[in-house]
Design a protein around this ligand. Structure first.
Ligand code: COA
Length: 509
């Protein structure tokens, strides 16, 4: 490659110098001729002028002829030293057209699949069915009741913090009460989902997700307030002034921003701002956007409603029949058919996952943030360019990743645990919550979600060790496209066997 680059410019230079050399001499001639004409015209007589004109004319003619012959040479040569666009040595990188082609192909092939689906199953989208997914009995609303009840735990956390701030509780008692509060947050909804018969699986996932988010938020609330007390104590040792009043920064007599300081933050308003804010990490002074942009808010709201409908429609029309059709190959243990079903499911599942990503991390989170004037909008980074599994987990879900780093990973590292063990511990906790959100609502423990999450550690090692660049990126995409439908099929198969086949067996008996 180096050799080629060297020889290219060299040859070009040679050719150019030949051509320009001719031009220089040509120009020189015509110029001198031109000047001579004007000078001679003024200083000499008519005969000489005619003579000179003759000379000039002949010089110009010879110049023109030479130019023409040069053009002729140029016409004869039409090649130059250059690489083909698709070879890497060309340095070409504009593949916009190819990307558009991919999109067109994707739309066309999916349109075919969509038509095939419609012809085979008819219209399966049913808005009434969505209500029944959340409610079994119209007079019993266990999931919304559970969500309302979660306020008790938030208020308990605030009460404990207030007592700790004034010194009524010791740090030990505070930690014990917080631990109890957090443990109940995880256990209480499990009991309700498990024992209340009117709770549906979808209602269960919804309620448990809210409780999981609350658990992570209140854990962060506890930690940050503790850090504030530690700073206060450290400062009290050196400074005698109190930090318990809001500090107001002023510039040119104007109020810029009210900075809340500990324990001025321990109010209902502050706690509920954090609970509704699109973040899991507590802070006393969140960055705030200056105003609510109405057009931005309406766009996000429209996207939220549209993509939610689309998601539900695609699940009903595309996912459910494909999963249902997969049961027979599973029962017969027909491996080639199982793989065929898996690949068939991978397409709608992946499309739905991508739409979910946009709906949740872009539309919904930005909508809530805009409404609350919450300034930090980094809910995701460019995970789609991940060349390693590690990069994917660092960038796809920023609120969870930030929480993991701040409240779990760094505290373990500070205790002297090595990096590998700390990372395994984070993935273990994440695997626990993934399993918690699936197993409890389905009322069966199969550990597929847990294993899927734990498998990320060896997968990250394998991809990082053996693949780089585009190959690494392709490996991450394949793991996303194939990994999820495997887990979904496993759960659906087990749920089907447990709930439908057993009831059929019971009916026959
Ligand atoms: C496990 C996990 C936290 C590791 O994250 P990572 O970014 O690869 O970890 P790194 O070792 O590169 O370091 C992260 C941070 O710790 C710091 N750090 C590293 N070693 C440290 C040490 N010994 N002491 C103190 N800090 C240290 C780094 O400086 C870095 O800080 P920064 O974020 O301020 O730059 C991450 O992979 C993760 O979040 N996994 C779980 C994701 C998940 O389950 N998401 C659920 C989505 S549904």
């Amino acid at each position: 490659m180096g050799e080629r680059q060297e020889s290219g410019p060299l040859t070009n230079r040679k050719r150019r110098s030949t051509v320009s050399g001719g031009r220089v001499s040509l120009k020189g001639n015509s110029k001198s001729g031109g000047n001579g004409t004007s000078e001679n015209g003024h200083s000499h007589g008519g005969s000489k002028k005619a003579n000179d004109e003759k000379t000039t004319h002949s010089t110009t003619r010879s110049g023109k002829e030479k130019g023409r012959s040069d053009e002729g040479y140029e016409r004869l040569g039409c090649h130059k030293l250059q690489e083909s666009l698709l070879s890497s040595a060309s340095g070409y990188s504009n593949y916009r057209g190819i990307l558009n082609w991919c999109v067109v192909m994707l739309v066309l092939s999916n349109a075919r699949l969509f038509l095939e689906n419609l012809i085979k199953y008819g219209i399966l989208v049913d808005p009434i069915q969505i209500v029944s997914l959340f409610l079994k009995d119209p007079y019993s609303w266990p999931a919304p009741c559970l969500v309302i009840a979660s306020n008790i735990f938030s208020l308990s956390a605030l009460y404990i913090e207030k007592r700790l701030a004034v010194g009524s509780f010791s740090e030990k008692v505070g930690l014990m009460l917080h631990t109890m509060n957090l443990t109940i947050i995880l256990c209480f909804p499990v009991a309700v989902v498990w024992f209340v018969s009117s709770m549906t699986p979808v209602g269960g996932v919804f309620a448990l997700s809210i409780y999981t988010v609350l658990f992570l938020k209140l854990y962060s609330y506890k930690d940050v307030n503790k850090w504030c007390r530690e700073i206060r104590q450290a400062k009290a040792r050196t400074l005698s002034r109190s930090l318990s009043y809001p500090v107001v920064d002023k510039a040119n007599g104007e109020v810029l921003q009210t900075q809340v300081t500990y324990p001025g933050n321990l109010t209902l308003r502050d706690l509920y701002y954090f609970i509704f804010a699109p973040t899991l990490c507590y802070e006393l002074n969140f960055p705030r956007s200056p105003r609510i942009r109405k057009r931005f808010l309406l766009r996000r709201l429209f996207e939220m409603l549209f993509f939610m409908q689309l998601l539900i429609g695609l699940i009903q029309q595309w996912m459910v029949p494909t999963i249902q059709n997969s049961m027979k190959p599973f029962k017969d243990m027909d491996f080639s058919r199982i793989i065929e079903r898996l690949l068939k499911l991978a397409v709608p599942n992946h499309l739905i996952w991508l739409i979910f990503f946009y709906w949740f991390f872009h539309s919904t989170m930005n909508f809530v943030a805009e409404l609350m004037q919450f300034g930090d909008r980094e809910f995701y980074r460019d995970w789609w360019n991940s060349e390693t599994v590690t990069y994917f987990w660092q960038n796809w879900n920023i609120p969870v990743h930030k929480w993991c780093i701040r409240h779990f990973y760094k505290p373990i590292l500070k205790k002297g645990v090595n990096k590998w063990t700390a990372q395994t511990a984070v993935f273990f906790a994440s695997a626990f919550f993934h399993e918690y959100l699936v197993s409890i609502p389905l009322k069966m423990f199969r550990l597929w979600a847990f294993m899927g999450m734990m498998a990320q550690i060896p997968l990250a090692w394998l991809v990082g060790r053996f693949l780089t660049g585009n190959y690494g990126n392709a490996a991450v995409w394949i793991s996303l496209i194939i990994g999820q439908p495997i887990a979904i099929l496993m759960y659906f198969h087990d749920y089907y066997v447990l709930n439908y086949e057993e009831s059929q067996v019971a009916e026959v008996a």
